[in-house]
Design a protein around this ligand. Structure first.
Ligand SMILES: Nc1ncnc2c1ncn2[C@@H]1O[C@H](COP(=O)(O)OP(=O)(O)OP(=O)(O)O)[C@@H](O)[C@H]1O
Ligand SMILES: [Mg+2]
Length: 350
């Protein structure tokens, strides 16, 4: 019941109820008992008012005390409580809104804790990944300084290793810079509307050449209509495909890597499927592969040299294209990455 209704009822009761009872009393008792009637009237007014005051006090003061307690809790940083609205009046609505505000504050606080945790992890991962090549470089340079590389062949090997390690650091720093730019939306996307069939055909042609040179098998199927169009940043979309394919090449355990690319029209989206015959990803790792720094191979000293940023970049770019990405995989059989990008729909002019 609304507070206004309650107050109106209270007013009517205070006015009418005692008058009605008194009138009835006057009717029943003799009119010469005016003094007693007056007394009775006063008692009835007092009782009715007391009941109503208690009723309104209960509906206003009790929830107000709860809100006061809740405000104190929030002020002290405690968000683990619950306010249950007891009535459906305005005060009940305030309690409901307060509860929603508490839930939102709690979600924000948890998000901040998670963000801080991720940042700490990020810094520790970066330090770790940079420390490994730098330790190696230091070791080899000390070797040269101490005269350990005493033959031209040894010297050549040392210098090549130093060069490779420096390249590894350079690649990692570039990847991190790109990731941080993408993460903070500092990459200016250059979106254009282009023919989907043509675009993916061009990508596939480049891939075919590259994969052939690396001894991998490549199969390509494009089921699109000629007029299907997509809005993409061609360069960034290439980055997505290249990143996925480079994983397929990197995480293979077969003598010959086999990669298949399939492009489908799925209504409002164009779906790209990239499958490989690699070592696959364990079911427990699959939900996390798109997280930054996640590597299914828990050891961070993998000879493969990945830092776990590739798929996080891929995911971000696909999402910036209004799409989404997911994967299926079977250990020992292979992995398929699926992503969709929104199709360009021409709006008919009326
Ligand atoms: N095609 C694949 N086959 C098997 N495992 C894969 C495949 N693609 C990704 N993974 C697993 O998912 C993890 C995350 O991949 P991601 O590309 O993000 O990182 P990375 O390849 O380790 O490093 P980076 O790409 O930054 O050099 C990889 O470490 C690997 O364990
Ligand atoms: Mg990768």
């Amino acid at each position: 019941m609304k507070l206004k209704t309650k107050l109106v009822i209270a007013f009517i009761l205070v006015m009418i109820f005692p008058t009605f009872v008194t009138m009835a009393g006057m009717h029943m008792l003799a009119p010469n008992k005016a003094g007693e009637i007056q007394q009775m009237y006063l008692i009835i007014v007092c009782v009715t008012t007391a009941v109503l005051v208690w009723w309104i006090y209960k509906t206003v003061s009790v929830p107000l005390a709860k809100l006061q307690e809740a405000t104190r809790n929030i002020k002290e940083g405690n968000l683990d409580f619950e306010i249950k609205p007891e009535n459906d009046d305005e005060i009940g609505q305030v309690c409901q809104d307060f509860e929603e505000m508490r839930l939102r504050l709690k979600a924000n606080a948890e998000e901040k804790i998670e963000f801080d945790r991720e940042n700490k992890e990020l810094i520790s991962n970066i330090s770790h990944d940079l420390k490994t090549p730098i330790t190696a470089i230091k070791g080899y340079v000390e070797g040269i300084m101490d005269g350990v590389a005493d033959t031209p062949e040894k010297m050549d090997r040392y210098i090549k290793t130093i060069y490779n390690k420096a390249n590894e650091m350079d690649r990692l720093i570039n990847e991190l810079t790109l990731y941080s730019k993408i993460d903070t939306n500092r990459i200016p996307y250059d979106f254009t509307t282009i023919s989907a069939k043509q675009y993916f055909r061009d990508c596939a042609e480049d891939l075919a050449i590259e994969l052939e040179s690396k001894g991998a098998k490549f199969e390509y199927r494009n089921y699109l209509e000629e007029d299907a169009k997509i809005i993409v940043d061609p360069e960034q979309m290439r980055r997505v495909i290249n990143n996925i394919v480079s994983n397929s090449l990197k995480y293979t355990d077969k003598p010959q890597a086999e990669i298949r690319m399939k492009i489908l029209d799925v209504g409002d989206f164009i779906q790209v499927e990239l499958s490989d015959n690699g070592k696959g990803i364990a079911t427990k790792d699959l939900p996390y592969i798109f997280e930054r720094f996640y590597r299914a191979d828990a050891s961070r000293n993998s000879s493969k040299g990945g830092s776990g940023i590739g798929l996080a970049i891929v995911k971000k770019i696909v999402e910036e294209h209004g799409g989404k990405i997911w994967a299926t995989s079977e250990e020992g059989v292979g992995t398929t990455m699926y992503f969709v990008v929104r199709k360009y729909q021409e709006v008919p002019i009326e």
